[in-house]
Design a protein around this ligand. Structure first.
Ligand SMILES: Nc1nc2c(ncn2[C@@H]2O[C@H](COP(=O)(O)OP(=O)(O)OP(=O)(O)O)[C@@H](O)[C@H]2O)c(=O)[nH]1
Ligand SMILES: [Mg+2]
Length: 453
């Protein structure tokens, strides 16, 4: 295992060649490394031009901007040196080799800079997760969510929740420690519940937005499904603006699930094309394809059920709760004018019917606008507090423990049992942010307590 006493270095910028490459060094020997390579240490947090040399051979490598961030006011909380080099592969290789030759320095492992930032208290765990999301964000809405998380949207709330859970715990512990039987312990339990109950409600409310937050990370799931040959793959290709799926006049062309990732007005959308669904088929591959199509449709946010205008009356699949379903009447270019009124009459009461031609593109802009509106409604502007499964699991545990504490108190059960549930809630909240020192805080709160002693 690695030790945090090591001084680590890495190329922090993207894949070379590029105009600039950023190499960072973090740890107790960062200053020595900067001196060895550039012969100087600039003023803290001020860029300085520097000649970079290999300390071992004395050979000049590059001219760079050097920066010096003495800890703890640095990204990792340790001493950090940064070199902004010319971003060629050979330059980077030579600088990394030169750093590697300095005793006490080694290449960083993936995520190690962030890990050190966490270990030195610069970031809590929710912020670490947000940092990963920010780097991975493809769309504007994802960026916004990740950035808010990184600024502590959930982490700060979780710390507040944890403090309140520990306050409630301290009250119950005080009731346990109280020497006399009588009304005082009961009063303390009541005060603890007055904290725990609203806390459970508040965390429960935060959890209601969790599906939305997780979905924004992964992308809204829009599944194109329908009978064979209706033009599903043609529609996917049209929206994706590329030939992602094979299109052919043979029914049963698409067998597997085909997925494209789209940025629709800043919202991430995963658009999925599936095998045509029909009642009878002896082909085991087609059967498997239909099974996958149904599975995708069942976990979608929105199903675009595509039908051929010539057979628009074909039966639709059953509605799945929580999954919106629109009917897309395709191949409108083939509809003769005299048939139009009948078709329109058939769907006139349906707000969720769209008439399109995937071949000519007619009606597509309106359909895409409707999907964007759907995404806007789904994600809303209110930022989601919970954006990851891990966070959802931990907070569900907290709500469960708080509810259990309330239930136990309601049954007049022992204070020890109530305390145990509150302790579980507090330590789960500690796990959420990575701060798990319940006992320390408990001691601090106890010191301030005055219950007549
Ligand atoms: N005229 C016309 N033909 C279309 C339209 N959309 C698709 N087609 C044609 O219909 C045939 C089937 O299209 P696909 O996109 O492969 O249909 P699919 O629903 O993916 O079919 P499966 O994958 O077999 O389930 C192809 O020959 C397309 O060119 C349309 O709007 N108008
Ligand atoms: Mg297809």
């Amino acid at each position: 295992m690695t030790t945090t006493n090591d001084t680590i270095f890495a190329l922090s910028s993207g894949r070379p060649p590029a105009a600039i490459a950023v190499v960072r060094v973090s740890g107790p020997r960062a200053r020595a490394a900067l001196e060895a390579l550039t012969g100087r240490v600039p003023q803290p947090r001020q860029a300085a031009l520097a000649n970079v040399r290999d300390a071992a051979t004395g050979e000049a490598i590059d001219q760079a901007l050097a920066l010096w961030f003495p800890g703890p006011r640095s990204e990792t909380g340790e001493d950090v040196a940064e070199l902004q080099l010319h971003g060629g592969r050979a330059v980077i290789a030579a600088v990394l080799a030169a750093l590697g030759r300095i005793p006490g320095l080694r290449m960083a492992e993936p995520g190690e800079f962030t890990r050190r930032a966490f270990e030195h208290g610069q970031l809590d765990l929710t912020q670490v997760e947000a940092l990963a999301d920010l780097v991975g964000a493809d769309t504007e809405a994802q960026r916004r969510q990740a950035f808010q998380q990184m600024r502590g949207l959930l982490g700060d709330r979780a710390e507040d929740w944890r403090t309140r859970a520990i306050e409630a715990l301290a009250l119950v512990e005080a009731a346990i420690d109280f020497p006399d039987e009588g009304d005082v312990p009961k009063g303390l339990i009541a005060r603890a519940l007055a904290i725990a109950q609203p806390l459970a409600d508040e965390i429960g409310a935060a959890l209601t937005g969790a599906a939305r937050g997780e979905r924004l990370r992964e992308g809204l799931l829009v599944v194109i499904a329908g009978p064979p040959n209706a033009g599903k793959s043609t529609l996917l290709n049209r929206i994706a603006k590329r030939e992602a799926a094979i299109v052919s006049p043979t029914a049963g062309t698409t067998r597997d699930v085909i997925e494209v990732h789209l940025d629709l007005n800043g919202y991430p959308v995963n658009l999925i094309d599936t095998a045509g669904i029909r009642e009878s088929s002896d082909d085991p591959v087609e059967h498997e394809g239909m099974k996958r199509a149904r599975e995708q449709a069942a976990r979608a946010n929105l199903v675009l059920w595509v039908v051929d205008a010539a057979s628009a009356d074909a039966p639709r699949p059953p509605q799945v709760p929580g999954v919106s379903q629109w009917t897309i009447i395709n191949k409108m270019d083939l509809v003769r004018p005299q048939e139009l009124p009948r078709l329109e009459w058939r769907f006139k009461t349906k707000a969720d019917a769209h008439f399109i031609s995937a071949s000519t593109g007619a009606g597509l802009d309106a359909l895409i606008d409707a999907v964007v509106e759907f995404a806007e409604r789904y994600f809303t502007l209110e930022p989601a507090l919970v954006t990851r499964e891990r966070q959802r699991w931990v907070l569900s545990e907290v709500v469960q423990s708080l509810a259990e504490a309330n239930a136990l108190a309601g049954q007049g059960r022992g204070e020890e049992l109530i305390a145990e549930q509150l302790r579980l809630a507090a330590s789960a909240l500690g796990r959420l942010t990575g701060r798990i020192d319940v006992e320390d805080i408990l001691d601090a709160i106890f010191r301030d307590f005055c219950i007549g002693k």
